[in-house]
Ligand binder design. Structure first.
Ligand SMILES: [Zn+2]
Length: 127
């Protein structure tokens, strides 16, 4: 089942943020750093599992008009997708907020991946 749970409520579907290449690089670097940090803080068995699942950062979900922040397809063994452009946009270009969101999105998708959890089960765990 496709993970469409983290759909945002923004109405305007076609606006994408305009960033310079440098800004995109900075955003990707920060997000990567944040996810590495999250992984390093996980308890051992989950950490091992997390390290075995690829995480792919992209600007936006390639599916048109899917305003999702992340995605994981449960019939595959990964990767976990994190859409940093969408996240940054939703955080109104506030880097600190965006990185909080990256953390949350990654953990949410990881819960699907590691726990093989359905949407409501992930939500029940506060992720
Ligand atoms: Zn989900």
């Amino acid at each position: 089942m496709e993970d469409k749970a983290i759909v945002t409520s923004r109405k305007n579907k076609n606006v994408m943020i305009e960033l310079t290449d440098e800004e995109w690089d900075g955003l990707f670097d920060k997000a990567e750093e944040t996810i590495q940090q999250v992984i390093s803080e996980l308890p051992e068995p989950v950490k091992n599992k997390a390290e075995s699942i690829d995480c792919k950062l992209d600007r936006y979900c390639p599916k048109e008009n899917w305003k999702v922040l992340g995605m994981y397809f449960s019939w595959t063994s990964g990767p976990i997708f994190v859409y940093v452009g969408q996240i940054y946009e939703d955080s109104r270009k506030n880097m600190e907020e965006a990185m909080k969101s990256v953390r949350q999105v990654y953990l949410h998708e990881l819960a699907h991946a590691v726990g093989n959890l359905e949407e409501y089960e992930v939500k029940e765990r506060g992720l």
